[in-house]
Design a binder for this molecule. Structure first.
Ligand code: FES
Ligand code: FES
Length: 168
């Protein structure tokens, strides 16, 4: 069974050692997903698999047979940027842009975790069904995505504005 990437079926690599990141970048030419550390420490390679954020450098492509992968290239619809992409532009949420695809994919997955009531390290009451996206929650939940340029203020502002309804 193939893997689906941004809506298109893609055959799995014959070599079972190929990472999901290398499949995306080297074999499919989807260079939006970045290779930073290649060891799970920076978040630059974050993509969405069935809506959940995944570090593609730590994942083997063959693990995702039959699953649906969305990369930064797949977030825009009908030529219109995803609202979070637009907010990153408006809030100067990047400088060199290397971490940006991972930041955006991670935030899209993160907000679904909040909506599902998945607690984080800083959630005061883990029994709460509804968790508000406070600045503390936002920073903690995005802490796996590093920005070497230090564009964190803009990143946090873009995410907070886009998902303002989750802060209530
Ligand atoms: S490249 Fe995957 S976490 Fe850094
Ligand atoms: S914008 Fe340069 S690493 Fe984040």
């Amino acid at each position: 069974m193939p893997i689906t990437v941004n809506g298109s079926a893609v055959p799995l690599p014959e070599d079972a050692r190929v990472s999901l990141l290398d499949l995306l970048r080297d074999r499919l030419g989807l260079s939006g997903t970045k290779k930073g550390c290649d060891q799970g420490a920076c978040g630059a390679c974050t993509v969405l698999v069935d809506g959940q954020r995944v570090l593609s450098c730590l994942a083997l492509a063959v693990q995702y047979e039959g699953r649906s992968v969305t990369t930064i290239e797949g977030l825009a619809t009908n030529g219109a940027l995803h609202p979070l992409q637009q907010a990153f532009i408006e809030h100067d949420g990047f400088q060199c842009g290397y971490c940006t695809p991972g930041q955006i994919c991670s935030a899209v997955g993160m907000i679904e975790e909040i909506r599902r009531g998945v607690p984080s390290q800083v959630t005061a009451n883990v029994c709460e069904e509804t968790i508000a996206l406070s600045r503390e929650e936002l920073r903690e939940r995005m802490s796996g995505n590093l920005c070497r340029c230090g564009a964190y203020n803009g990143i946090v502002a873009a995410i907070a504005e886009t998902y303002a309804e989750a802060a209530e």
